[in-house]
Design a protein around this ligand. Sequence first.
Ligand code: ADP
Ligand code: G6P
Length: 471
Amino acid sequence: MRQSSLVVVANRLPLDDNVAPDGACEWRRSPGGLASALHAILESTPATWVGWGGGVGPAPALADIGTLRLRPVALTEDELRGYYEGFANSTLWPLYHDAVETPVFDRGWWETYRTVNRRFAEAAAEVAEPGAAVWIQDYHLQLVPQLLRELRPDLLIGFFMHVPFPPPELFMQLPRRVELLRGMLGADLVGFQRPQAAHNVAQLAGKLLGAKGADDAILVDGRVVRTGAFPVSIDVTEMEALSARPYVLNQARQLRHDLGPHKRVLLSVDRLDYTKGIEHRLTAYSELLRDGRVKVRDTVMVQVAVPSRERVESYRGLKDRIEREVGRINGEYGRVGEPAIHYLNQPFDRADLAALYQTADVMVVTPLRDGMNLVAKEYVAARADDTGALVLSEFAGAANELEDAFQVNPHDVDGLKETLLQALDAAPADLSRRMSAMRAHITENDIHAWARAYLTALDHTGQLARHLPRQ
Ligand code: ADP
Ligand code: G6P
């Protein structure tokens, strides 16, 4: 087995399974997210990515992507249900997002979660060379840091939580709270999106483990675990380049024509998830139509909702409710050839997403809770001419950074309605000032800055930093 000095461990491999025209399944590099975040460093360091390939049954043999080796982890159908759909996405996901949907506690799922986390830890232990840095990602793998430390005490272990880490009152609901906290604190550095998360962990470590510490370091079991906020970002240069491509510009022109050349376009792009506040925004929009403050002849909404976690009960219920509501709104307010809302329950490729971003006068991002929300940052990156307005929930991690967005509390329907109108009616000079300030922020704090900040903090010896591209 070839070993690497840098190992990334994430639930998913950085791949999309793409069905070729002849029906065969081919693999290609996944765009966006963590894969592009780590692209620069993974290109210059012989690294291995440990992750699930997306199916069930024996893991497929996968070719390297450039210098990146892939180490697939196999899951059975039962494990997929217990670990991914169950404990990760029906217990932790809702609990960590303010319990906006009721978390389900199932003892069987916990056992499967532990078994699968052990499998990931064993795979990482196998491919890490002596003294390697291993960077574990997200709530699916919260036990891996400690399990890996037991197997390989020589490793430098980092953990990054992409989703919010909840306040102690919520975390305390977890029947296996001590194991979960201890598991994560097996890392040398635990990173979060927001400083509040590190504060929550310090409080919990004191309460549950009798650990001493502050918001940047916790002394647990005789070891110092460093913690901190490292807000994740996007590949701004890539989105800018994509947005300038002739195909995207043409596509944006076509979209505007199809939507109605003189209409103001509101856009939302989400995974179809109950944390995204889709229903709240539909309520606000529908009331604006009802009140006559927005009219279908001059305004149109586009809601992209990419299918997600479709076998999980709460996601199926949400899809039904949203589709009913969109149907009702179009039935009541639409006209022939002029729907109030275009609803697209499909994945889009990056170029088509960029075209949509360019078409939107107002981007509406209203999660009830979100670790970061990359869509908000992508919209800003796509608006090279500093036009367009971003309406952003204050409960998204991105709100900490994008202070010039039209920030809103999505639970306050009246406030949301007023903010939508404010964004629709804002003066171009105001919009330009806001957008240019937000663009400056994300340009400075892009995905490369994020990876560099985290890995430099993880590795104070400077071993990894040697491989990081210069700014
Ligand atoms: P989350 O991580 O909860 O899904 P984010 O907004 O942080 O939310 O990230 C979502 C990512 O998925 C973004 O990079 C966005 O471009 C992408 N995405 C969202 N909707 C679609 C879609 N319909 N097709 C393809 N990609 C999408
Ligand atoms: C969030 C999580 C990621 C996850 C993504 C898509 O961003 O933080 O870890 O990969 O949602 O969800 P999925 O369940 O399809 O991987």
